[in-house]
Write a protein that binds this ligand. Structure first.
Ligand code: NVA
Length: 305
């Protein structure tokens, strides 16, 4: 499979996504086989925002593949402030083989991909979190065997994580339901992209503000109600979002056997401690798979060059 970048979920075909998941599972099962796969390669990881899982899973994952990773944190400010984004990209391409970046704006990633001439991986932007979605669908493959026809409901804020889940799920044939409070729905543009992808794969897409639509689901997924960079007051959000909390009652009503969270979890806000700590929780399988899924992407990008 040839892949130039990993920027947004809807830019990959079903075949490409399934191949990335299968390869991630293979690397997870036989890590020693891949211990030199990135030998002699350098990966620059740039973070404009805080990170625990993404930073560490890339760093350790690259090390497990025999590659070298170099971290650039928030002390350098936002990309495009000191010099043009396209010049940063062209400089990085002089030395590095791949760039991983967590950015405030998706357009910065697109610009780096356009001008750098080396693969760019989206490590979270305002619009997408494709590394998370790939790890999530890998976890669901392990848990349910197949993704086709699986019923998954995302409940909470319409954001980068829900966009990626909705788009990637629609490509993969997952029946995705997104339930948010009014005013927090995915944008019309995202919904329209997901509708087209769902029509192609034969899955269903439901967008709702009614929590009662969380019935007949196998998987419930949630994320923080306030994303990084969002300065909405906590008190305003709590009042609006509390009816959408993932708790034992909601899990029972939905009939779901699995609950997912990309973390960091805000316990007793979007999810109760009881549900997060329950044996239905896939949160730490998701976290573990971040590394294996990302290693699959890194390997494919390096081989595609
Ligand atoms: N929606 C969250 C995801 C964190 C991994 C954020 O953007 O902060």
């Amino acid at each position: 499979m040839s892949l130039n970048h990993f920027l947004a979920d809807d830019l990959l075909s079903k075949q490409q996504l399934l191949a990335l998941i299968a390869q991630g599972l293979e690397i997870k099962a036989n890590p020693a086989k891949y211990s030199n796969a990135l030998a002699g390669k350098s990966v620059v990881t740039i973070f404009e925002k805080p990170s625990l899982r993404t930073h560490i899973s890339f760093d350790i994952g690259i090390n497990k593949l025999g590659g070298h990773s170099l971290y650039i944190g928030q002390q350098n400010g936002q990309l495009g402030e000191r010099e043009r984004v396209k010049d940063v990209a062209k400089n990085l391409a002089c030395w590095a083989d791949i760039v991983v970046a967590r950015v405030f704006k998706q357009s910065v990633l697109d610009e780096m991909a356009e001008h750098g001439g080396i693969p760019v991986i989206n490590a979270l932007s305002d619009l997408y979190h494709p590394c998370q979605a790939l790890a999530d669908y890998m976890a669901l493959t392990e848990t349910f065997g197949s993704l086709e026809g699986l019923n998954l409901a995302y409940i909470g804020d319409g954001n980068n994580v829900s966009n990626s889940l909705m788009l990637m799920g629609s490509v993969l044939g997952v029946n995705v339901t997104v339930i948010t409070p009014e005013g927090h729905e995915p944008t019309a543009d995202m919904i329209s992209k997901a509708q087209q992808l769902a029509a192609q794969s034969g899955s269903t897409l439901t967008i709702s503000t009614d929590i009662k639509d969380a019935e007949n689901q196998q998987v419930i997924y949630t994320d923080t109600w306030i994303s990084m960079g969002d300065d909405t007051k906590v008190a305003d959000i709590l009042a609006k979002f509390m009816p959408y909390q993932i708790n034992d009652e909601l899990m029972d009503k939905a009939g779901a056997s699995a609950v997912m969270h990309c973390q960091p979890a805000h316990l007793e806000q979007e999810i109760t401690t009881s549900v997060f700590d329950s044996d239905k929780s896939l949160a730490f399988l998701q976290a573990e798979n971040r590394m294996w899924a990302q290693n699959s992407v890194l390997l494919t990008l390096v081989n595609g060059k």
